[in-house]
Design a protein around this ligand. Sequence first.
Ligand SMILES: [Zn+2]
Ligand SMILES: [Zn+2]
Length: 318
Amino acid sequence: MKKTVVFVLSILLLFSMSASFFAIAADAPKITGSEVKGAPGDTVTVSFSISGNTGFLGMQSEFVYDSNVLTLKSVNYTKLFGNGFADTKSENISDNPYSFNIDGMDASDANGQLVVLDYEIIKKAADGTYDVTMNISKFINGDAEKIAVDSAVAKITVEAPSTAHEHKWDDGKVTKEPTCGAEGEKTYECECGEKKIEKIPATGEHKFGDWVVVQEASEADGLKERECSVCHTKETEVIKGNGGLPPTESGTTTTKPTTTTKPTTTTEKDTGKTTTKPSKSGGIPRTGDAGVSLAVAAVVAAMSVAGVTIVMKKRNDD
Ligand SMILES: [Zn+2]
Ligand SMILES: [Zn+2]
């Protein structure tokens, strides 16, 4: 602190003796910033260098940057002018502008890298070029004159990796079991966190309960039915009657019912495979339809009796 006070006082003293407050500096040095590229999440280093330096005693400067994109991690003087001076910086690394001063040094005409700053590019940074500006509020040349030195700009170009990330999916796991009637889901995950879902086809394998007799077989065929406990698909099967009536010679027996209801599901005896064919009329027999079946069966039974009578009569006529 004492050094700073001495420095300021000595400058003021020199200025009071000087004809003009600002020297016309045709030989002002130039400060330039570097340019770097980085991806979101990277830490990059930018630097500011001095050239055309004919003499330098001290300076006051600050760095300004976009805090929404960049996080300042460190500021380091490069010891271009040796160690015989004090560099004072902002107390907090998060300060923006961040001040950086050099004073109390012997005049030096060294050129080169002056200061180095590390910035972390925030992960959500959008692609683009972001400036880090070094404003020089005071520059004292070798003659202890305050001269104007242009601001310098370092550029950080943020670029998300251009090569599109190719997902590497894991083996996946079943996140929704398929049923006979509904599709399931299998979820795959990439290490990047992205997920994809694939459909698993419905199994079609119904979980049928026990057969329930809808209509007992007598002379006429009966009917039984079973229902899938998952999707409630119904399957019906004819129960053969106890012989019924033998066909007549002429084979004109019209009395023997072929079916009592139109089965929505037929069972292939050979393979035991079950195929479901919904009838076009949408007439999948519900439990409530059993009465209809019974009625039909009753009519058929009545017809068969009548048919037998007719056939027998015909025979008698022969
Ligand atoms: Zn991925
Ligand atoms: Zn089912």
